[in-house]
Design a protein around this ligand. Sequence first.
Ligand code: SF4
Ligand code: SF4
Length: 381
Amino acid sequence: MKFRKIKKTGEEVSILGFGCMRFPQKDGQIDEVKSTKQLRYAIDNGLNYVDTAKIYHGGKSEPFLGRALKDGYREKIKLATKISPWLVKEKEGMQKHFDEQLKDLQTDYVDYYLVHALNRSSWDKMKSFDILEFLDKLLTEGKIKYAGFSFHGNIEVFKEIIDSYDWTFCQIQFNFLDEKYQAGLEGYHYAIERDISVIAMEPLRGGKLAVEPPKKVKELYKNTGSEWTSVEWALRWVWNFPGIVTLLSGMTEDEHIEENLRIASSAEIDVFSEEQLNTVKKVADTYKDLLQVGCTGCMYCLPCPYDVSIPGCFEHFNSKFLYDDDKYYKSYKSFIGDRGKASNCVECGVCVPKCPHGINIPEELKRVAAEFDVRPDWDQK
Ligand code: SF4
Ligand code: SF4
């Protein structure tokens, strides 16, 4: 495992962080035995940054971590979690939210505490609750070690937030498909020029860059003569940036952990050649041509009161175009089912403000429905 230093504190964090929103599941719940084993295995192999949030796994991620990090594992890691603006209804609610987190996590303090998924409206809301004074109070009391924020708004808001406080770190969506999306590369530079360390989330764009690449992308990678996997290209590209201290990977399978640990043991800064950077650019352009909806599968939009399987619909829709393969009609039918299909959307709009990527969910679902639900074989048994 390689480590990098947080600029303002000199604290070393592993370049691979464990994102705790995609643990393996069993019967609709976190598979605690498997997830504990995986998490501890990663920690035993050098990973020391674990990132969760109150809302992950429908509120089950933090209590699970409280149990999984027993037996001395809490002391081995830097624990990161977040205050969720959409769960806090009034100023006084912030302390209650935080106290619940400490209790669930079975700890006396949080190492890295973030204001979660900020954008224009959530930033304005949290400012009206005096969030910055609240962070100062937690820092003074020793309840948190460092303050930061995660971000899903536009670049102007990002700069405004950066300039508003003495942040130690920030967390942005960072992968080669999103150089110009949200904070993007411009935000990355803006932060590091102010000595604010950057943590990368969605390095594999919600897993899109981890699954088998489309034919055209495979060709581009093959032409380089390199044996890197598609995951390797995507992660090494992120780690190539000197200001990225760690990246968060939501690892569900044992093989994901093995592969990520392997790559993290040899990733370096500023090592991509011109040719490699060009390849990545062509790969990104190819994905952008093929992907229909910028959904990362984060599930923040769920539950839909009408049971529409929003991320599942987008996942199948994107895959159909990425691979130009009819099999996604069939898997849409069997995995999404009549209950979760796109045409069940009544456009109530409940999901729209919850999407950190600003996707117009009902409009995009109409495109999914037009592609899948009107197929004559939908009703065939
Ligand atoms: S707009 Fe459609 S998908 Fe969104 S919550 Fe309402 S019914 Fe569900
Ligand atoms: S539609 Fe938006 S909120 Fe829902 S899973 Fe996709 S990215 Fe996340």
